[in-house]
Design a binder for this molecule. Sequence first.
Ligand code: AMP
Length: 421
Amino acid sequence: MAEPTFKAPKGTRDILPPESGRRRALIDAFAQQAELAGFGEIMSPIFEDLGVFKRLGESTDVVTKEMFDFFDKGDPPQHLALRPELTASVCRAFAEHRPTPPWKVWYEGPQFRYEQPQAGRYRQFAQVGIETLGTDDPQADVDAIALGWHFYASLGLREITLLLNSLGDPTCRPAYMEALRTYLSDNAASLSPQSQVTLERNPLRVLDSKRAEDAAIISAAPLMVDFLTDETREHFETVRAGLDQLGIPYELSPRLVRGLDYYTRTTFEFAADALATAQNAVGGGGRYDGLVEDLGGPATPGIGFALGVDRILLACDAEGVFTTPESAVKVFVVDVTGGSHALGVCTTLRNAGIGADRSYGGRSMKAQMKVADRSGAPFAAIIGEDEVVNGEVTLRDLRGDTGQQRIALADLAEHVARLLS
Ligand code: AMP
């Protein structure tokens, strides 16, 4: 094949059928479970004022290096950015509309980050997620984590590990940050050059480094859990007790800081053990009790998560679960009289809720049967001159062993529905 003139931009992909059908099924499954738990869908803009995302933290890679930002054609122009995640948009929407708390929303859609593309890492990727705004009840944390946990299980995934940590709150964070900064500064010479730069901006993010040369220093660094106030510790204990009550296993991960700066208290990540470590994070979330206020709203605690659709599907491939859904086409209409009868038969079947497709261009019986076979439809409805004269079709079983039979056109939809049920 000749090189195409244009290709999808670096880090983006076309999701073609039938893979797109599998993705849609995953999103539908998530929507259903979120709605069952009392979440309603929020549909927010794909771009926002750049300032919305800047609130995510000036020391976050997502904000400093990975933003797809641009100026619009206004006078003066507005500095906008494609969303790199959805929590900031949800908090902006909360501050703008002031819904009655607790406000529970779910979402799905593309996110954009200017990253170095590799397996499981794209510049446009999809997330599903939830946010609960307006309560700091630890039960809301448990509810959120449980929804994520059960969603993976519902897809058939078995090799998921839940990593859990508490990042403290503004009352205990400063003392910890001071201890961490002192420790890392004392050991700066042994850190990678990249981590030395990160240390200047935010010592917490050094803990996120996966570089081998940082491992020894990080493993001996002070831990947030040793600095929690009684209140924060109790909140964390209640979250853990709730997970125990639901029988959801977790690993305490005292160095889990996650990529975004806004997290407070409960922080968690879901890792797919079937994927390579560099891209095994299939979802994550936590509390962000200061973010709504940072965006100009009233002081409002929040808890939520985002799950990476692309990586979840990679994990499903690795575990051999949640395979491509069956074709919606149940009857392939093969019309060897020219094609106009297929028009009526397809319409009748579709109006009865039965998926139907056909060939175009008046092709031979053999050619049409080949397409019917490829379509995945379990039945072919064959229309020849004799069938037309008698007001019938020949229904052929393409996958089973019930052979073929002549059916009155008027009975076709009902007959197929019976066979399918
Ligand atoms: P984050 O918003 O960084 O916490 O990411 C939440 C989830 O989105 C991650 O656990 C990944 O599954 C997914 N994700 C984040 N960045 C990317 C990316 N560049 N490509 C694919 N998936 C991503």
